[in-house]
Design a protein around this ligand. Structure first.
Ligand code: RUB
Length: 333
């Protein structure tokens, strides 16, 4: 990336998100907040509020364009930049401070949310449980580890999560935390489901109707769990709830390069075979038993209440402007 005037460290974070060196909805959100903080501190333009706001809007657009599906990314960016709108800073220095302090607040609250969710989720895991998780969710790993510390987990099935194999990160982290883990191919989910007591998964986006968008294959896991009457818990911070879904905006699903699925040489050999690589899917609310957030455990159908409680400021904006999408200049101008 070669955007003019944007500090190299910020470009590096944006590139890291794009190439999935920084991945997982929570980490992406915190990295974006950190990038905004760096951008504010390293701003090299005219030291006045208006050009600074325009510059921050540009940085926001760059960050948001990196990956489309996890709403944690635009929510984090909006949380930080809307503070500029709310605080209405009189001086350039106040404006920079506002961004820096709000970014730090977001990061701190986000880390704290993971802790609260983990403690809450651990209490819902029964003694001697076998857990199944999919992909790599830092909240799910933390929640499962917390339950293990309470002596409630005897084994975790971790799917390998083709094509990017995030499940290997999950397996390694759980093992480092002392949790007995068994790595399985995604296609073995239904085979092991009869043994499983709880499915614990993360989320990239929760829609206003309680549908959960998460790593591709999550909906198949939930389907197999429903058939086997296994409870499915989604562990997700409230900034993963999407305000724009309330006005009917669909959650954009990211499609990634075919070479993540098959090697380029194979594609060259078989030019008429098309390869589809959707990165996320949607699990309908009826396949989810509870969404565990830092403000409590809710049935997916109560997602709207979380949106009103935590993202009311974004909802107000939608109502006022009748916007089909929340635009960043609405917060920064
Ligand atoms: O689907 C993924 C990661 O997808 P990707 O690897 O494509 O980013 C995770 O389950 C959620 O992001 C939640 O993660 P966390 O709980 O860490 O926020």
């Amino acid at each position: 990336m070669t955007e003019q005037g944007i500090p190299p460290k910020v470009l590096e974070i944006a590139e890291g998100i794009k190439t999935m060196r920084i991945r997982g909805a929570g980490k992406i959100a915190r990295a974006a907040a950190e990038a905004l903080k760096i951008a504010a501190l390293e701003y090299g333009g005219v030291k006045e509020v208006a050009p600074f706001k325009r510059y921050m809007g540009k940085v926001a657009d760059l960050l948001i364009a990196t990956r489309p599906t996890a709403v944690s990314l635009p929510n984090a960016v909006m949380y930080v930049l809307s503070s500029l709108h709310r605080a209405n800073p009189g001086t350039f220095e106040d404006a920079v401070n506002t961004v820096v302090l709000t970014a730090e607040k977001f990061i701190e609250e986000s880390i704290n949310a993971v802790k609260v969710i983990s403690e809450t989720a651990a209490r819902r895991i029964r003694e001697n449980s076998i857990i199944l998780t999919h992909c790599h969710s830092s909240v799910a790993v933390s929640a499962i580890t917390e339950a293990y510390k309470l002596g409630r987990v005897v084994k975790v099935y971790s799917t390998e999560t083709r094509p990017f194999y995030q499940g290997r990160i999950t397996a390694k982290q759980l093992l480092e935390n002392g949790v007995p883990v068994v790595q399985i191919p995604d296609s073995a989910v239904r085979y092991v489901m009869h043994e499983v007591d709880h499915v614990v998964i993360g989320a990239d986006t929760v829609a206003s109707n309680g549908a959960v968008v998460n790593k591709i294959g999550t909906s198949q896991v939930a389907l197999a769990a429903k058939e086997a009457r296994v409870r499915v818990y989604v562990v997700a911070e409230t900034y993963k709830f999407s305000p724009t879904t309330l006005i009917g905006e669909p959650v954009p699903i990211e499609f990634r390069d075919p070479t993540e699925v098959v090697p380029d040489s194979w594609l060259q050999k078989h030019p008429r075979i098309k390869v589809l690589n959707p990165s996320f899917d949607v699990t309908p609310p009826e396949y989810i038993d509870a969404i565990i957030t830092e403000i409590g455990v809710i049935p997916p159908q109560a997602a709207i209440l979380v949106l009103m409680e935590r993202l009311g400021w974004a909802l107000d904006k939608i109502k006022q402007g009748g916007l089909t999408k929340i635009k960043f200049e609405d917060y920064t101008e």
